[in-house]
Design a protein around this ligand. Structure first.
Ligand code: ZN
Length: 375
């Protein structure tokens, strides 16, 4: 297939996918997305499609007949985030880009992975390549990639996840994450007699300030370069709440949610202990979602081919955000995490660059063909 034909196939499939609002609140739309992809793949001879479903989150795994653990697994998620604007799930083409919700995260990439699997299995029937599509990444990936790896027992030699980095930026490390809830209690009293009470909101504010001041010490004020590299712990207060609705009542309860990110040598254990210690004993801290910092161990051959096909050097980058990669790393599976050029992620005018979709496709294609050396 020449580049022009590939370009039009990838563009058409991406735009068809964007039209389906496959958000968390619409499981039937996510189902339609799976159907659309299956229609592109189910006519392949000797290819099996398996579905797994937990908590309303379906996953689809496409493998050649008889191959349970493929050498290379292409992996992506078809869920997109919820937008409140009506009829916004549509796309347009401008400046060589596809604009639309989910175009870059990651329906454009889903189109690439689906087309890769179709084309590879057609040209090299039975080649040891699998495709796994999940539908809960934006919610944390527990029912998707984690379920597939941990419960179903899906394994592979190498995972390819085009959901981070950039065309020439291959992610080598991701920060650890702690999303946690802080609960502070006090004693209620009338607002006119504060000496009789213990104000939970005010106590919480002091704790949060202590937390902010502590994390400020990690911030490399002196070095712009280190700030850009962002390879230090950060802490954001994202939600503050109290059940109190009465202006003249001193609240006896308040809570806050924080989002903490940290690189090695910090660990979940050391970071949680640090937070707990700063908050003090009368403050309850409950982790909601956690992940250790993750080293992805990308294949040097993938970097080599990326440089070859783009004519530009590859940067091995560290990421402040997380991805589904960590669930593969829990089972020691190496991950190649890079992607086409994308922008404005999670906005309505999110985009993916079409030329770079073709380049990324060719990178994966050549990588797989060189690595697996099919007849
Ligand atoms: Zn994503």
């Amino acid at each position: 297939m020449d580049d022009d034909e590939l370009k039009s196939r990838l563009t058409a499939l991406t735009r068809d996918l964007i039209l389906i609002p496959s958000t968390e609140s619409r499981p039937e739309e996510r189902g339609r997305c799976f159907d659309l992809l299956a229609h592109h793949l189910d006519s392949l001879p000797d290819v099996r499609i398996d579905y797994y479903e937990i908590n309303d989150h379906r996953s689809m795994v496409v493998r050649p007949e008889g191959i349970q653990f493929p050498e290379v697994l292409l992996c992506g998620h078809l869920d997109v985030i919820e937008h409140s604007q009506p009829n916004c799930y549509r796309s347009k083409i401008e400046n060589g880009r596809i604009y639309g919700p989910g175009s870059g995260d990651m329906k454009g990439q889903i189109a690439i992975l689906t087309e890769l699997q179709r084309s590879l299995q057609t040209r090299h029937p039975g080649i040891s390549v699998g495709l796994a599509i999940t539908s809960d990444e934006e919610r944390g990936g527990l029912d998707g990639v984690r379920y597939l790896c941990k419960t179903v027992g899906l394994r592979c030699g190498q995972a390819i996840i085009p959901d981070g980095g950039s065309l020439n930026d291959i992610t080598v490390e991701e920060k650890g994450v702690i999303h946690g809830r802080i609960r502070q209690s006090g004693h209620e009293a009338h607002g006119a007699r504060p000496w009789l009470g213990e104000n939970a909101v005010e106590k919480l504010m002091v704790r949060l300030t202590r937390l902010k001041l502590h994390f400020a010490k990690y911030w490399p004020v002196e070095s712009i370069e280190e700030q850009v590299n962002h390879w230090f712990p950060t802490c954001c207060v994202t939600i503050i709440r109290t059940e109190n609705t009465t202006p003249n009542r001193i609240p006896d309860q308040a809570e806050a949610t924080i989002d903490v990110r940290f690189p090695p040598p910090h660990t979940l254990e050391s970071m949680t202990a640090e937070i707990q210690e700063l908050l003090g004993p009368d403050c309850e801290f409950e982790p909601l979602m956690t992940a250790e910092p993750t080293h992805l161990a990308p294949d040097p051959l993938f970097s080599e081919i990326t440089a070859e096909l783009t004519g530009n050097p590859v940067r091995l980058v560290k990421a402040s955000g997380g991805s589904d990669s960590r669930f593969f790393r829990d089972h020691n599976i190496p991950v190649n995490l890079s992607r086409p050029l994308v922008g404005n992620l999670h906005a309505i005018d999110e985009w993916i660059d079409i030329e770079s979709m073709v380049t990324y496709y060719r990178i994966c294609e050549r990588y797989i063909e060189r690595k697996l050396n099919p007849a």
